[in-house]
Design a protein around this ligand. Structure first.
Ligand code: SF4
Length: 311
């Protein structure tokens, strides 16, 4: 772990964000969760950076000071409500966050300056901050999305060696939901020939419902591969799943979007399963719902018990 300089921490979202965040932020650059399919490894994101190995985590120096001054400026400008998204380019709950508490520090500032937050993570450490998310949700929208691509622990260990196990992540969803926080599962990517089975989709949806998620979202039954992440994926999957690379080359060539051959069937199963359990699954419904979620002030003291979830 090392520090890098950052000029600005909170950036406006240029195109309309699928989940309605107005701004985005990354407390870290790089991620040590080691997912073999990680799109953030793509050369278009790494080009020209001295610290080219994406697995090395860099924290941003003076990140919290910068965030505070940027939020102070926004408040002086009497700007409209901010909803800050994090987790698209690196996991805000990487292994260093437990001690550094930079993401937690940012959440404290979001609460102070009355900003909403949308987070995506693959770590159960997120449940450490249940009390804070609940506090923010008393005044602003909160959406905690936990990515779960498979419930098969052996497969998970191969494709996502650094993340919390699926059972731990479902437990985190239960803790968040128990505190009244808007939370759900992001079921992407869906890896052709590995996780694109009806059994896997049904298992994820069933577990999401059992742990009181509000939604399961899947933006497509496939994955993306491009320069940088394609090579990494093939290099790693070659050892783990002999013959897989050849199947991909034959099916997708140099395509960026690699859609499962089961996509049509899986999307129908997914829709039926979500509706069977009363889970939201369309982006527009999820987006509308989390912005409307009612604050839950009266239980704040109870949330203290979730703070020790990880310890
Ligand atoms: S958790 Fe996200 S950012 Fe980190 S390696 Fe996995 S896919 Fe990449």
């Amino acid at each position: 772990m090392d520090y890098i300089l950052a000029k600005k921490m909170i950036l406006p979202v240029k195109s309309s964000d699928i989940f309605g965040s107005t701004h985005m932020m990354n407390m870290y650059r790089g991620c040590d969760h080691g997912c073999i399919y990680c799109d953030s490894r793509s050369e278009c994101y790494q080009g020209g950076r001295p610290e080219g190995d994406f697995s090395l985590v860099h924290a941003k120096k003076d990140a919290l000071k910068l965030i505070e001054s940027e939020l102070q400026f926004r408040r002086k400008a009497n700007a409209a409500e901010m909803v800050i998204g994090t987790g698209s380019m690196s996991d805000p709950y990487n292994s260093f966050e437990k001690d550094l508490e930079l993401t937690r520090g940012a959440l404290l500032l979001f609460d102070k300056y009355k900003c909403g937050v949308g987070v995506i993570t693959k770590s159960a450490l997120v449940s450490r901050d249940v009390g804070l998310y609940a506090q923010i949700q008393t005044h602003s929208p909160v959406n905690v999305g936990i990515t779960i691509t498979t419930t098969d622990s052996v497969l998970c260990q191969k494709i996502e060696p650094g993340v919390s196990g699926a059972a731990e992540r479902f437990k985190a969803i239960r803790a968040l939901a128990g505190a009244g926080i808007f939370t759900g599962v992001h079921m992407n990517p869906v890896l052709p020939y590995l996780t694109d089975t009806e059994e896997n989709v049904c298992s994820i949806v069933e577990n999401a419902a059992a742990n009181h998620a509000k939604y399961v979202f899947c933006y497509g039954f496939g994955m993306t591969l491009r320069q940088g992440n394609r090579e990494y994926y093939y290099e790693n999957s070659d050892n783990l799943f002999p013959g897989l690379k050849e199947k991909y080359v034959k099916a997708f060539g140099q395509k960026y979007v690699c859609t499962s051959e089961n996509a049509k069937e899986l999307s129908l199963v997914f829709k039926d399963e979500c509706e069977k359990y009363g889970l939201l699954h369309r982006a527009k419904d999820i987006n509308a719902a989390w912005k409307k979620e009612k604050p839950k002030q009266k239980n704040l003291l109870e949330f203290e018990s979730f703070e020790s979830f990880e310890s």
